[in-house]
Design a protein around this ligand. Structure first.
Ligand code: AMP
Ligand code: MG
Length: 426
């Protein structure tokens, strides 16, 4: 038997960050930037109004108050996207909308609320709108967003290695970038094995079950940024397995499920040994003890041969998902150029007793809740590795160490938070 850490180390030693590719900014979400991004412009490009109001010379507002307004002549209106051709001179103001460039001569913007504009509009005496009363003293710079206050021309805006989030997509767009260089997403070929399996859009004959692993695994691949390539179902026969495998030889990673337990072990092993190299591991963990790892001879775009890492997950639906989280997920993240490969782990008070009967590391499906600044975890119910709904209920996996025979209710244990992002570790 090997430990979870030994298995992971071996798997990671077979994968590296993939090459960079240029993609539309919206497709880059979650990918790692491979270029430093500089700005060729100031953002905002010009000083502009942060509020709707009047652009004025601040010294014209000295002593202004609601009791003692300062009256200025309104010489123009400027809206966002336009530039006023007028200059604000002493005694004058320009009506200005949020985002509009501050006109020449003005050094502050007095918001509507600090003028008598509303009163003037309401007034039955039809006061002139060619004039405005300023009701407060404006300091120089009031309500002005300075040119370059967000991004200065020639500054580095995003560094190589940044993981793109929605904010980075927005920053790239603010620079006018439509495409960006990022480490490309790995294509992950997914193959289910088993005579008992039927694809989801088919009727279900007696004795058969629907193939769920392909879809839970494909969803996991997508969640972690890879591109799933579904190879369908291989029967437990050499011909069927080889035929399906051949469809996936252009992938960056091959994931099979099933065929690793004692029943089908030999056939799968023989086939995979012919197509590449394969080791069957007994990992000291539960669920998911049998795991296969090796390489398959594949081809790249130019037709040259290359070795594709192959991870053979156990067939049981829970085992395949848990082993994916522990082994395939970090491999995919490493291929994507990510540095944080570990899921966040928290400490929680365990509310149900958990037994560990055979000295393996147990990953128990749990529902984690925070109450009064403390995390609590209770089990999802029966923990059989065929009970896929336990994964659906769970948001965490409680870790019971190999050398611990029992976690008693009320004890504290570590819990892997399945829905938390790895970048929380940075
Ligand atoms: P195996 O590892 O092939 O012996 O499969 C172990 C258990 O997982 C068996 O009960 C299989 O029927 C089940 N199983 C295997 N592959 C799948 C799959 N793709 N979808 C759902 N259940 C599966
Ligand atoms: Mg099988």
């Amino acid at each position: 038997m090997i430990s979870v850490e030994q298995a992971l180390e071996k798997i990671l030693s077979y994968v590296d960050a993939l090459e960079a590719a240029e993609v539309p900014i919206l497709d880059s979400l979650g990918q790692v930037l491979t270029e430093d991004i500089y700005s060729s412009v100031n953002i905002p490009p010009l000083d502009n109004a942060a509020m709707d109001g009047y652009a004025v010379q601040s010294k014209d507002t000295d002593g202004a108050s609601s009791k003692s307004p300062r009256f200025l002549r309104v010489i123009d209106t400027v809206i966002a996207g336009s530039i006023s051709e007028h200059e604000v001179k002493p005694g004058t103001a320009i009506r200005i909308m949020t985002g509009a460039p501050v006109p020449k001569g003005a050094d502050s913007v007095v918001r509507f609320e600090d003028t008598d504009e509303a009163q003037r509009k309401k007034s039955s005496t039809k006061q002139s709108m060619n004039e405005i009363g300023i009701l407060c003293k404006a300091k120089a710079g009031l309500n002005i967003r300075r040119a370059g206050e967000d991004i200065t021309k020639d500054a580095i805006v995003l560094k190589k290695g940044t993981v793109i989030r929605p904010a980075e997509v927005g920053v790239l767009a603010s620079l006018g970038r439509s495409k960006v260089m990022v480490i490309r997403r790995p294509v992950v070929a997914i193959l289910a094995t088993g005579n008992e399996l039927v694809d989801i859009n088919q009727p279900l004959p007696a004795g058969k079950i629907y193939n769920s692993n392909t879809y839970s695994v494909a969803a996991l691949v997508q969640r972690y940024g890879g591109i799933p390539k579904i190879l369908g179902i291989a029967l437990d026969s050499e011909d069927s397995l080889v035929a399906r495998l051949r469809q996936g030889l252009d992938a960056d990673l091959l994931i099979t499920s099933g065929g690793v337990s004692a029943g089908d072990y030999d056939m799968v092993k023989d086939v995979l040994a012919k197509e590449g190299e394969i080791t069957f591991w007994t990992v000291r963990m539960k669920p998911g003890k049998p795991l296969a790892f090796g390489t398959i001879k594949g081809v790249d775009k130019t037709g040259a041969t290359r070795n594709i890492p192959h991870l053979g997950l156990p067939g049981n639906p829970v085992s395949s998902m848990v082993t994916f989280e522990l082994f395939a997920r970090p491999a995919i993240l490493k291929m994507m150029g990510k540095k944080n490969l570990a899921k966040p782990i928290i400490e929680a008070v365990i509310e149900d007793p958990i037994a560990n009967t055979d000295g393996r590391r147990v990953y128990t499906r749990a529902i984690v809740e925070k109450r009064n600044d403390q995390y609590f975890a209770r089990l999802t119910g029966p923990q059989g590795s065929g009970i896929l709904t336990s994964m659906s209920l769970a948001n965490g996996l409680v870790i019971v160490p190999e050398d611990k025979a029992e976690v008693k209710a009320g004890e504290v244990a570590q819990v892997i938070m399945l829905d938390w992002n790895e970048e929380l570790n940075s």
